[in-house]
Design a protein around this ligand. Structure first.
Ligand code: NAP
Length: 296
């Protein structure tokens, strides 16, 4: 008798082309463990409670959650981790014997590639472009792992961003200053520049996105770290500009793998075979159809 396959999946809208099935199924194949990861497209947010109740009834082991449901799922879970509580957003659900526990692995996944540069961040100013869910995960990661002196958030609509930031439980250390994204005077003083907008994503130019880079190359200097959450293409226009300016660059693929590694551990109790997964993922991204990026 072979062991029954445990089901994992991604809850989101229009997530057919997500890389997560490839990441998790290739990890399971390398390890020879009986899990299968699939996608669950849910068009209507009103169906989220039914989906979660069904998951309990069916014994589904866990989920990733992506746009637009990271906050929607929160009231329907039985418990939340500390990280998920702080930003009131969940990207990973674990079914522990009928109890659904919400986690947020985007936070540690974001922090992971920055850890070698901790002394360049603690007590310094950092900045983030974007005011959505990914930006909140980055803010929490900076606060939790690096304690910068100040976090600047550059957004199109400061009032909207203020509401989103005020809904969180961020502690008072490392205050967040919200600025309009055309007010970039303070950028020179930032040790890290993060892009948490979709600007630069392959195919978005044709979709009406006029800008392919969130800031001018002239504003980037060699002593800065530039971290683009966009990973398709791997070498985004922002990372190319940062390389030309002599800055240290970090691709969004590091966060993609970092969050997946932590979700995988929560579901299976096993270490993801990261090197093998990275090779498979890079091969897929190089051969990818243009126009799609999901962060899980
Ligand atoms: P989101 O919640 O939809 O937020 C997107 C943010 O970007 C919003 O603040 C939005 O501003 C802003 N924005 C969108 N288009 C813009 C433009 N053309 N110019 C300026 N600002 C713009 O999305 P998210 O979950 O935060 O994700 C943001 C990006 O990070 C996505 O590309 C996602 O794929 C990527 N990501 C990657 C990873 C990874 O593992 N590498 C993880 C998470 C997210 P408005 O509110 O004004 O529209």
């Amino acid at each position: 008798m072979t062991e029954a396959v445990k089901i994992l999946g991604l809850i989101g809208r229009a997530v057919d082309y997500s890389y997560s099935p490839l990441i998790h199924n290739s990890a399971c194949e390398v390890l020879g463990v009986p899990y299968y990861y699939t996608v669950f497209n849910i068009a209507d947010p009103l169906l989220i409670p039914d989906a979660l109740r069904g998951a309990k009834a069916l014994g589904i082991r866990g989920f990733n959650v992506t746009i637009p449901y990271k906050k929607t799922v929160v009231p329907f879970l039985d418990e939340l981790s500390q990280e998920a509580t702080s930003i009131k957003a969940v990207n990973t659900i674990v079914n522990e014997h009928g109890k659904l526990i919400g986690h947020n692995t985007d936070i540690a996944g974001f922090a992971s590639p920055l850890l070698p540069y901790k002394e360049r961040i603690t007590g310094k100013t950092v900045c983030i472009f974007g005011g959505g869910g990914a930006a909140l995960a980055a803010i929490e990661a900076f606060k939790r792992f690096f304690m910068p002196n100040e976090i600047l958030l550059f957004v199109r609509d400061p009032e909207k961003a203020r509401v989103i930031v005020d809904e969180t439980d961020f502690d008072q250390a490392s205050p967040v200053t919200i600025l309009r994204s055309d007010n970039l005077e303070k950028i020179k003083g930032c040790s890290v520049i993060v892009n948490a907008t979709p600007i630069g994503t392959r195919g978005r130019e044709q979709g009406g996105m006029t800008s392919i880079i969130p800031l001018d190359q002239k504003l980037i200097s060699h002593n800065q770290i530039v971290y683009d959450m966009v990973y398709n293409p791997l070498d985004t226009p922002l990372l190319q500009a940062a390389e030309r300016a002599g800055a240290k660059t970090i691709s969004g693929i590091e966060m993609l793998i970092g969050q997946a590694e932590r979700s995988f551990m929560l579901w299976t109790g096993m270490q993801m075979p990261v090197a093998a997964v990275r090779t498979t993922l890079l091969h897929e991204i190089h051969n990818n159809k243009p126009g799609f990026q999901s962060h899980t």
